[in-house]
Design a protein around this ligand. Sequence first.
Ligand code: KG4
Ligand code: ZN
Length: 332
Amino acid sequence: MTLILGIETSCDETSVAIVENGVKVLSNVVKTQAIHSNYGGVVPDLSSREHVNFIFNVFSDAIKMAKVKVDDIDVISVVNGPGLVGSLMVGVSFAQALGLRYSKKLIITDHVIGHIYGNVLTYGNLEFPMISLVVSGGHTSLFLVKEDFSLEPVGKTLDDAAGEAFDKCAKLLNLGYPGGPMIEKYSKEGDQNFFKFPVARVSDYNFSFSGLKTSVLYYLRSKDKDFIEKNIHNIAASIQKAVVDQLLSVMKKYFIDNKKRMIRSVSIAGGVSANSYLRNRFINLFKGKGCEIYIPNFEYCTDNAALTAGYAYLKYKKNEFSDIGIKVYSRN
Ligand code: KG4
Ligand code: ZN
């Protein structure tokens, strides 16, 4: 049995988890930093400070909930990018301190690959090769994932991420932060065909969402307050449709163009994969296409430390440890 304690502080969630053998989540404590809602987006400096304020209690709770002793932990994993550098620094420093105090080795993991691993935590074994769409506040990328969980990049956003587009549009509509869940909530009672916001056509298998934000801005400027208030559900639903249309059209194109690669499964991952409208349309798109369809459990969509503690098991089996003096990097 291998117990891995994972630490995630890349953005605005302070999280510590303990995962057994890469699949059994014994605890996964996530503290979301509420402070950013006052600013309509994550403020990097405040994020680092909140991680410092929260990390020790989150760690203590994770240990208690898993009913283990720190001495029983085999290895400590920590997310080391991509993310906010000051925020990552808190998690990495905490991992280093624990490693020194308890004589444990360190494993660093990539934030994006962790999101994809949320599907392993949900389903156990996956079929490969797998196409995975990672959609979050910081990333929108398409990958071909191989049997050994290595990633072949297929495409990515050329500007904003999908979650960022939701957050920015929600801000324009005064719906609060984080915007994605608010757009979803308002969309539920709206007509998705109320207004056709433009869906960018980008070369290859890339994405672009900055045009959507601009067109929403100009659309809202052209309407009066009463009209916006009366149609807020319809506008939210039209925005949600525009984002999901683009995400799925790129994924579908890659799936069709790459039939010869014998794709065995398709998956979504990241914070935006919690969106029910995306989940349903994704399932409908690939149903009956001869591949497995994976959507992560809700608790493994947005940032959480079970993703690093789970994925680190693959590195542990290959002895891929990091030096205790590892430096923090925000991009790799
Ligand atoms: O993966 P994540 O927690 O953090 C990053 O790695 O960025 O994703 C956060 C993003 C935010 O942009 C948030 O608005 C979006 O995921 N999000 C959603 C939903 N829940 C979270 N977007 C649409 N619908 C949701 N239900
Ligand atoms: Zn994330």
